[in-house]
Design a protein. Structure first.
Length: 133
């Protein structure tokens, strides 16, 4: 006897409810530091009650870009940061110059956060400037 999609609906509903009740919220923004010229991607991770989540593994990826995942470091409870510098600035291949160049302009930031059995993901649009302009 084969199961139909309807047979699995209670299990799907239970899985969705568990994910919603145990999920993590994410808020992402780009901060420019005028004095140093530095840019940082700042992430706040919170639980379903709005409380900060400490000790989360926060991974950031830029699209377009080189698609590598980068780890944001904890700076305060529930607050994480990725400082953009020569090693972390996303790059894109420039066909005319035949080399990778720092990505400038609008970019999607994909963020994933995990702490034990809790998971959350989010996306934000930011505008990058290259070489800390």
């Amino acid at each position: 006897h084969s199961k139909t999609l309807v047979d699995n609906e209670p299990a799907k509903a239970a899985a969705l409810a568990a994910m919603t009740l145990n999920g993590l919220g994410i808020k992402t923004e780009l901060t420019r530091h005028p004095r140093s010229g530095q840019q940082t991607v700042d992430v706040i991770v919170y639980d379903t009650k709005g409380q900060p989540v400490e000790e989360a593994d926060v991974q950031i990826r830029f699209v377009p870009g080189d698609f590598r995942r980068q780890t944001a470091r904890a700076i305060k409870p529930g607050q994480y940061q990725l400082e953009l510098n020569e090693q972390t600035q996303p790059v894109i291949f420039d066909m005319q110059r035949r080399q990778y160049q720092p990505l400038e302009g609008p970019v999607r930031v994909l963020v994933q956060a995990r702490r034990q059995d809790r998971f959350g993901a989010g996306m934000a649009m930011i505008r990058l400037t290259a070489n800390n302009k």
